[in-house]
Every structure is written in structure tokens, then in C-alpha cells.
Design a binder for this molecule. Structure first.
Ligand SMILES: Cc1ncc(COP(=O)(O)O)c(C=O)c1O
Length: 411
């Protein structure tokens, strides 16, 4: 990974789309499907709770979250992963986060410091194991922390699940933290419980942090995806070496609330909180109270799931017969291989914007490029966020199908 560290942070995906489409006019009234931002109304309990607890804006919020919020998260995890009641200690195994992004980033820094201390004064950098393509924050954390990012392709050949176990022993020994995103962004793939359990065993063997990013865990269509706490159950019931990240942004369609959590090994939560007490943001009291109410309610989540299933059905109806279509197992992204129709993802993004007014994300911008080959595993893909109302999605999918099939026949 050559280049200055700040330069390596310039590849922020949204900035790159703006550059790619700079000067190009949308061919139809635009629909923005490049960002995974749920567009449905925020559950009413959010504004009601904020109104009732507004006096808490007059108080500094506790850095790790209010006791009520942490209890609500602990009990939710126990219900969701069918754990014994009161088996999670809300005071030591949970922290609130201002959305999971900042937690993922700061946990990376914490894990790198922890591994550096362990490696001693050798000058050899810790590694950070990252899926490729990825949620870009994992890579950014590795770069800022001065670690060596190790990219592991998640491609059709491995069912879009990274095979970290195949990495050399030296890389695993130096690993500070390993990211497992399930359900996957951008691929929509779900890791099996066995794969997670194997990863947690590997994390314990080489003493790294297994960070399971579960922010799409509640948007499933068939059976609830396995999570980090399932793996911990399989390995004796304790979450040693495990940090699980989740958020209300997707589950409860409230990305602007900025409320999430990290849960797992108390011996990792403690140093993370120490780091956050220097540079972390606190969730404001009324927002945390709203978050507490949301974790206690599943009705709106069930409705959300039905909404996203409908959107996936609409996408399948319009795009299902195109070569390169892959129905997501969970989550709300389509990870569409356009290599077989119009060409690479950047070409497809430009075409869709110019001919259909649809803005999508080129897969290359969700991936890191190999400096030697100049290629990335996302090159032939686009990511489409299914986050609008069904009518908008219906219209957008038919526009996309039209562009991809028309330009395919021209090619
Ligand atoms: C895979 C993944 N993880 C984490 C996040 C962060 O979400 P938030 O900070 O809103 O919780 C996102 C947001 O898009 C994401 O896609």
C-alpha cells in the first residue's frame, strides 16, 4: 500500500461518484440510489420520546450510554440471539455509540494500540484484516492507526464471505482486528454460524479482535442471520475477543438519530471506552432515550422487513433475468455485476445517470485496488440501494433494466 496516509483517505466513495459524474446531466428526473439511507418515515416513538425527555439536553450524557439504554440493548441481544436471560452484563459488556461508524473506527485504533503493545518495540506493524469490497471505514481505521491493511477478496467464488483462515500465520499473529460484515455491505451475503464460530476461534488463537458488523442483521427475508453472539455461544458462552456492532440506522430506519452500540468482551469494551473518553462523541440523552424505546420494540422492525422484501421482489422482477443479477440474501443493497451487460461499474454508473437519471455506486469505489494489477474485485459491479418507496423503486428498476438491456444489445 504505497502513498502517504492522508492520500489513502482521499478515496472516500461519495466524493468519487461526484467526480465521476461531474458535468453529466441526468437523463430523467433523478433518483438517488447510491447511499444506503432508508427513506421511510422515522418511527413516531422517536419524536415523542425526544419531546418527553428534552430536559436531558441540559445534562452531559454518560459516555458509555445511560444505564437504561445499555439494559435495553443487553435484553435485545439476549432475545435476538436466544441467550440466557441476564447473561449479558449491561454495565461492562455494552457501550452506546453515536452510530456504529465511529465505534468501528475507534475500535480499530484501540485494537491496533493493543496489538502494538503486545508486539513490543519491533517496528513491525500490526495488521488489520478487511474484506474487499468493504465498508470503507474499516480500511480508513487501519490507515489512520498506522497498521498494515490486509485485504481479502469477497467474491462470487467464495460466496462473498472472506476466508481469513487461509492467511499466513505471521499475518494472523500480527492481526489487531478482523472485520466480518454480515449481512454484507455491499454484497448482501450472509455468513454461516459455523463460519463465524471458526473466525472467533481464530481470533482467540491469534489474540485479535473479531469485529462483527451486524448493522443489516434485522433486514432479512427468510431466517435471521447468525451473529457474533451465536459464535460465542458455540465456544463456551463467553464473548472473549468479540466485539459486535449494531445500530438503529437500518433496523429502525433512523440514520439521523445516530444511535448504535458495541457489545462483547468486557476486556475490550473497557479500553475502547477509555479511548472514547478522549475523542468519542456522546449520544445526547433524549436521543438515547428514543434509542432505548426502539430496541424495546419489534413491531416497526417486522414492518420494515416486509417493506424491504417487497423492494427486493420488485428488483428481482425487473432485473432477475439479466446476467449478473444476484438476489441479496439480506440487507437492502443489490450488488449487480454489469460486466456481462454494459461493462465495468463506472461505465454502468455513467450510463444509468445519463440515460435513466439513476445514481448508483460503482463497485470499484467500495473496494481497494491492487496497485500491481490496477484491478479491484468490485470493478465489474454497481451497488444499488433499495431504500425508497415501492413506486419509486418500481420506476427506477424498470429504467435500469431498460438501460442495461439496450446498451447490452448495442455492445
Ligand atoms: C456495513 C456498515 N457498517 C456500519 C455503518 C454505519 O452506520 P451507522 O453509523 O449509521 O450506524 C454502515 C452505514 O452505512 C454500513 O453500511
Amino acid at each position: 500500500m504505497a502513498g502517504h496516509r492522508l492520500d489513502q483517505l482521499k478515496n472516500f466513495p461519495f466524493r468519487r461518484i461526484d467526480e465521476l459524474l461531474n458535468g453529466l446531466a441526468p437523463g430523467r428526473p433523478p433518483v438517488f440510489m447510491q447511499v444506503g439511507e432508508p427513506q421511510a418515515a422515522v418511527p413516531a416513538v422517536v419524536s415523542q420520546t425526544i419531546a418527553q425527555t428534552a430536559a436531558l439536553f441540559g445534562k452531559y450524557p454518560p459516555p458509555a450510554g445511560s444505564p437504561g439504554y445499555r439494559e435495553a440493548v443487553a435484553r435485545w441481544l439476549e432475545r435476538r440471539y436466544v441467550l440466557q436471560g441476564n447473561s449479558i452484563n449491561a454495565a461492562t459488556q455494552i457501550s452506546a455509540l453515536c452510530g456504529s461508524r465511529e465505534g468501528l473506527f475507534q475500535a480499530t485504533l484501540m485494537a491496533i494500540l493493543r496489538k502494538r503493545d503486545w508486539l513490543g518495540d519491533t517496528g513491525i506493524p500490526p495488521t488489520v484484516l478487511v474484506p474487499n469490497p468493504m465498508y470503507h471505514v474499516y480500511f480508513g481505521g487501519a490507515i489512520v492507526g498506522g497498521a498494515e491493511p490486509i485485504l481479502v477478496d469477497t467474491v462470487a467464488e467464495n460466496d462473498f464471505v472472506p476466508n481469513y483462515a487461509a492467511l499466513p500465520k505471521d499475518v494472523l499473529d500480527r492481526a489487531a482486528i478482523c472485520f466480518f460484515c454480515t449481512p454484507g455491505n455491499p454484497t448482501g451475503a450472509v455468513a454461516t454460524r459455523a463460519a463465524l464460530t471458526e473466525m472467533l476461534a481464530l481470533a482467540r488463537k491469534h489474540d485479535f479482535v473479531l469485529a462483527v458488523d451486524e448493522c443489516y442483521s434485522e433486514i432479512w427475508f427468510d431466517t435471521p442471520p447468525a451473529g457474533g453472539f451465536d459464535a460465542a455461544q458455540d465456544l463456551g458462552g463467553v464473548p472473549d475477543n468479540l466485539l459486535v456492532f449494531n445500530s438503529l440506522s437500518k433496523r429502525s430506519g433512523s440514520p439521523g438519530l445516530r444511535v448504535g452500540f458495541v457489545a462483547g468482551d468486557a476486556a475490550l469494551i473497557e479500553p475502547l471506552l477509555m479511548l472514547r473518553s478522549y475523542g468519542g462523541a456522546q449520544v445526547p440523552g433524549p436521543l438515547m432515550a428514543a434509542g432505548e424505546a426502539l430496541w424495546q420494540d419489534e413491531t416497526h422492525v417486522i414492518a420494515n422487513r416486509a417493506h424491504y422484501l417487497n423492494l427486493v421482489e420488485i428488483a428481482d422482477y425487473h432485473l432477475g433475468t439479466l446476467p449478473g443479477f444476484h438476489r441479496p440474501e439480506a440487507g437492502f443493497f443489490l450488488w449487480l455485476n454489469t460486466g456481462a451487460t454494459v461493462g465495468d461499474g463506472e461505465t454502468a454508473t455513467r450510463l444509468l445517470w445519463q440515460h435513466a437519471g439513476i445514481k448508483v455506486m460503482p463497485g470499484r469505489y467500495m473496494s481497494q485496488t491492487d496497485p500491481k494489477s490496477g484491478k479491484s474485485p468490485g470493478d465489474d459491479y454497481i451497488r444499488i440501494a433499495l431504500v425508497h418507496d415501492p413506486k419509486t423503486v418500481e420506476d427506477a428498476m424498470s429504467r435500469i433494466a431498460q438501460v442495461l438491456s439496450t446498451h447490452k444489445s448495442i455492445n
